[in-house]
Write a protein that binds this ligand. Sequence first.
Ligand SMILES: *[C@@H]1O[C@H](CO)[C@@H](O)[C@H](O)[C@H]1NC(C)=O
Ligand SMILES: *[C@@H]1O[C@H](CO)[C@@H](O)[C@H](O)[C@H]1NC(C)=O
Ligand SMILES: *[C@@H]1O[C@H](CO)[C@@H](O)[C@H](O)[C@H]1NC(C)=O
Ligand SMILES: *[C@@H]1O[C@H](CO)[C@@H](O)[C@H](O)[C@H]1NC(C)=O
Ligand SMILES: *[C@@H]1O[C@H](CO)[C@@H](O)[C@H](O)[C@H]1NC(C)=O
Ligand SMILES: *[C@@H]1O[C@H](CO)[C@@H](O)[C@H](O)[C@H]1NC(C)=O
Ligand SMILES: *[C@@H]1O[C@H](CO)[C@@H](O)[C@H](O)[C@H]1NC(C)=O
Ligand SMILES: *[C@@H]1O[C@H](CO)[C@@H](O)[C@H](O)[C@H]1NC(C)=O
Length: 912
Amino acid sequence: MPAPHSFRTAALIITCYILMGPGCSVSCQKKTSCSVQDGRADCSHLSLSAVPQDLPRNLNSLDVSHNRLRGIPPESLTRYPGLVHLDVSHNSITKLHGGLCETLNLLQTLDMGHNQVLTLQMDDLIHCTNLTHLILASNKLRLRGEPFSALESLKFLDVSKNSLQSAKLGSQSQLPNLVNLSLAFNPIKSLKKDDFTLLSNSTSLQVLNLTSVSLKTLDRGCFQPISSLRTLILDQSNTGTLVIAKVCSELSGTAISALSLRYMKLVTLTNTTFSGLKKTNVTFLDLSHNAMGKIEKGSFQWLPRLETLSLMDNNIKHVTKDTFQGLKSLKWLLLTRALVKSRSSSTPIIDDFSFQPLSALESLILQGTSVQNITEHTFKGLTNLKELDLSCSSYASLNFITNKTFASLAGSPLRMLNLTKAAIRQINPGSFSVFIDLTILYLESNFIRQTLYGKEFEGLGQLQEIHMSFNNQQINLSSTSFVYVPDLRVLTLAKGLIATALDREPSPFSPLTRLTVLDLSHNNIANIKESMLTGLVNLKVLKLQHNNLARVWKSANLGGPVLFLKDTLKLTTLLLDSNGLDEIPADALRGLKDLQVMSLASNLLNPLKESVFNDLQSLKVVILPKNLITTVRPEVFKVPLSNLSLLIMGKNPFDCTCESMLWFASWLNTTNVTYVPGLREQYTCNTPLTYFNRSVLDFDALSCKDMTPFQALYIISSTAVITLIVTALTVRFHGWRIKFYCNIVINRTLGFSDASAEEGREYEYDAYIIHAAEDTAWVEKRMVPLENGRCKFCFEDRDSVPGMSQLGSIVNNMRSSRKILFVVTESLLRDPWCRRFTAHQALHQVIEASRDSVVLVFLQDVHDYKLSRSLFLRRGMLRPCCVLHWPVHKERVQAFHQKLLIALGMTNRLQE
Ligand SMILES: *[C@@H]1O[C@H](CO)[C@@H](O)[C@H](O)[C@H]1NC(C)=O
Ligand SMILES: *[C@@H]1O[C@H](CO)[C@@H](O)[C@H](O)[C@H]1NC(C)=O
Ligand SMILES: *[C@@H]1O[C@H](CO)[C@@H](O)[C@H](O)[C@H]1NC(C)=O
Ligand SMILES: *[C@@H]1O[C@H](CO)[C@@H](O)[C@H](O)[C@H]1NC(C)=O
Ligand SMILES: *[C@@H]1O[C@H](CO)[C@@H](O)[C@H](O)[C@H]1NC(C)=O
Ligand SMILES: *[C@@H]1O[C@H](CO)[C@@H](O)[C@H](O)[C@H]1NC(C)=O
Ligand SMILES: *[C@@H]1O[C@H](CO)[C@@H](O)[C@H](O)[C@H]1NC(C)=O
Ligand SMILES: *[C@@H]1O[C@H](CO)[C@@H](O)[C@H](O)[C@H]1NC(C)=O
């Protein structure tokens, strides 16, 4: 049931949109205003319907593309008279206003692509004499009269994708400076004799773009007015071989030099297709992506000056000795994927002597091709070949290379041979002996499985680079492996060697005294000899990462650590990551004064010996993350870190103690020349516990400083002074409270109580109740009923002594009450009377009599701070049983009464 399902999907999307809609500006990071930088304003994608008027006046470039403009009235741009570049593409503009160029008289580039401009006439562009680039692609242009006649400076005109039926843009001579004209993607069927006459006085036109213009007929002489044309692009145009032939004959006598015929379904080339180019000087021909299967013999005989021919991505089945006949100037031949084997077709064939006509060829690219056989004659005659690329190919003949495989290149001065991914399994002695000039040999990513005894490279006396990495770790070396290539500068053997390949003496590298780069990484090598690099005095880059060299540098190694770097004193880059190294011998890096990059990531290093890095004065980059480094002390690191531009040392279990980290932490905090990526996140303390997982930057360097006697004295004396001041102030303002606390503390600790003395004295009331007027109702409802013969409360309203002043009465009644009970609510704390007098009086009473006799009943939760501020009381001053809370739950009221009675108990004696 697709319909309901899609309906549900749509509903879901709409719901999401409604929910997410406003948040979209956040989640999509959508632009909401123009960005202005260096006189350029970018106002694209803002749903604008007019040019913004709030931008700086001195703009020279304005981009208002991808908006909703319906027009660009010149008035909207009067603010920006300095504009040189204006992009109004991807809008809905229907008319180009004649006043635009008048307002913007400096305008050089106007992009009006992807709009709705319909008619274009002379007035519209009459003032645009300074314009050099005009893009009107993807509109609906209908030209009236001579719209472009005023464009004297125009160099680039793009009217592609406009449904133009004709290439004729005018009839009078105009556009004297036009260089590049694009008529691409217009349904032009024919080129008439006078189509380009408007350009007859222009000798500057160089490029004509007719991409996807499917011509059917051409008038004789149609290109005559533009005979200065150099580049013609006919890509994707669906014209047959015959029309191509016609185009070529029309180009006869022009200055044409480059022809692009890509994606044209040009399945066959005949011996006449290019015959019209005989009287031209075409040097560049691109025939790629044509599914071309057949090239008739002699097809290229007309192109004696051709220098570059691309036949990339075609389906050529057979190359014969006549295919390239006549291309005697050809220098670059690109046959990348031009000969391929598909499931339905047989493997293509290159005949013997096929390349013989190409005596000038310098570069032959056969990348990604598949060919049945390479014989002793395949490459015969390539007497100038410098580069041969057979990479990514599948030639059965390359599986086992012998002295016959490349015999046909005997006379070629080849410099570079690319045999990357060529499915090579074995190289036999003398295979490359014909390449006496070869300097670079790529043998990467093959399946070479053999021991190299040396003769494989026989004759390569000039060879400077062998790239042999990624050979499935099946290559073994011998002491003579490289005796025939003494000039070698670069040797890469990453992921290519068997683990024991280097375990021999003399070292395979000993003849390579000029070697500067040696890559032995990813080989799982465990054993090397101290003499491995002996004599390699020029070595600059040594890559040994991802091997297994831990034992080699162990002090416990039988015969001591292997100091294999003692001869390579010019080393600038040393990579030893992921080797399981847990120590570096004290002299391992001795004398490496030029070393700039040292990488030891992902080892097990710690601790490092003092001065182990001391000779490395030139270090610029140190990479040491993911080790077990705990301490970074100046004895080890001062020299290597002194002149660094990059340090990567995070993810180590740093010990943030003064001894281990003080120096490093302050170095990190003060360094401003060294870039330390991930400083906050990756440099964290592992120990001690107090710093665990915190950044090394948080390490408190001050805590390490020894306190000098003066500092101690200063701190002691200032502490004393402050204490004195505080004490004096406290005594002055809170003396009574201190006295109160003292009394209570003394009473509690020594067990004294004045209760016994007072016990005898009869009190008139059990408690004097202090409450706010607002709480009267509660008191009457909850307290008064308690009296009930069991006890007697004193309420000021009820029990004031007749005839006495109010104050006197309070004092008197308090005296005759055993306890003083506060009904604490926010109202009480606010009640000025309670606060100012009653409470004070109560307290004085308490303090004077030293009675431990205050009871607090909280009807609301009141913060202790407020309590002390208003009533000068704290919960802590009272025994816990004297602090009561009115319960929220009804069933607890009984228990509350019980507690209250206990608090008002007949004795003031401290209860245990
Ligand atoms: C062309 O640009 C110059 C400055 O480069 C200016 O003086 C002149 O007025 C402009 N011409 C027109 C027709 O706008
Ligand atoms: C074109 O050039 C010819 C001669 O070179 C000249 O007579 C003619 O006036 C020019 N036409 C225009 C429109 O400039
Ligand atoms: C020719 O024009 C098309 C369409 O505008 C464009 O995509 C192509 O890049 C142009 N070709 C060259 C070589 O400029
Ligand atoms: C083209 O090939 C045909 C035969 O296929 C031959 O008769 C003719 O002479 C050739 N023309 C040229 C110019 O090579
Ligand atoms: C081709 O080049 C030659 C020599 O450079 C020159 O004499 C000849 O005029 C050129 N042909 C064309 C059509 O430009
Ligand atoms: C390749 O060519 C050689 C010599 O021409 C021939 O001996 C051999 O059989 C050919 N191999 C294949 C697979 O065609
Ligand atoms: C050699 O061939 C490989 C694989 O096609 C390619 O990536 C590499 O760039 C080529 N090397 C040179 C120097 O052209
Ligand atoms: C090629 O190698 C074979 C032995 O593998 C040898 O007999 C022959 O002479 C060598 N040919 C050349 C030209 O070196």
